[in-house]
Ligand binder design. Structure first.
Ligand code: PNS
Length: 161
């Protein structure tokens, strides 16, 4: 059985992420979406909030599950018999960062882990969670970028601030 993990911050999940999830769900028997901490970022939503939004967003896919954990991605993968990481590539600007992570994960895992890149659909090439948060912060409608329930969560978040 082929299993892959799609890790990310997902702060919050966007239609760009959901496009990668949909396509990887048709390539692998099982896809685990891993909501993780990126120590270089200060998230708007807690890990648990992000996990709940993702669960709602992927409920139509029977072979996709969502997990969250604090720690190294490769440690989780070793403990759960997963050897493939899926990541989306939007533009050449993503490439250097993604190459570095993919190569370091491969090195630290002693060549047991591979990363597969899916190029993001042109429709979502410009999209990022940061851009969505920036528009939502100023009250702009973001329902072209994220599911309605995520747009509502963003509205709530920025009302509280
Ligand atoms: O969506 P992002 O922020 O680009 O995702 C980055 C993420 C969360 C996949 C990466 O930071 C990660 O794997 N974090 C878990 C900790 C880890 O394994 N770090 C080593 C690789 S950077």
């Amino acid at each position: 059985m082929s299993r892959a993990i799609y890790p990310g911050s997902f702060d919050p999940v966007t239609y760009g992420h959901l496009d990668v999830i949909k396509r990887s769900a048709s390539m692998f028997d099982e896809v685990i979406v891993g909501v993780l901490s990126n120590n270089a970022k200060s998230p708007l939503f807690s890990l648990e909030e992000r996990r709940l939004m993702l669960e709602e967003a992927v409920k139509e896919y029977s072979n996709v599950s969502v997990i969250t954990f604090d720690g190294l991605l490769i440690d989780y993968m070793k403990g759960n018999d997963i050897s493939v990481i899926v990541r989306g590539l939007r533009a050449v600007t993503d490439f250097e960062y993604e190459l570095q992570i993919a190569q370091s994960n491969r090195k630290v895992s002693k060549d047991t882990i591979d990363t597969v890149f899916l190029t993001t659909s042109i429709d979502y090439a410009y999209l990022s969670s940061s851009i969505v948060k920036e528009y939502a912060r100023y009250g702009t409608d973001v329902t072209d970028f994220v599911p309605d329930f995520v747009a509502d969560r963003l509205k709530c978040k920025f009302c509280q601030i």
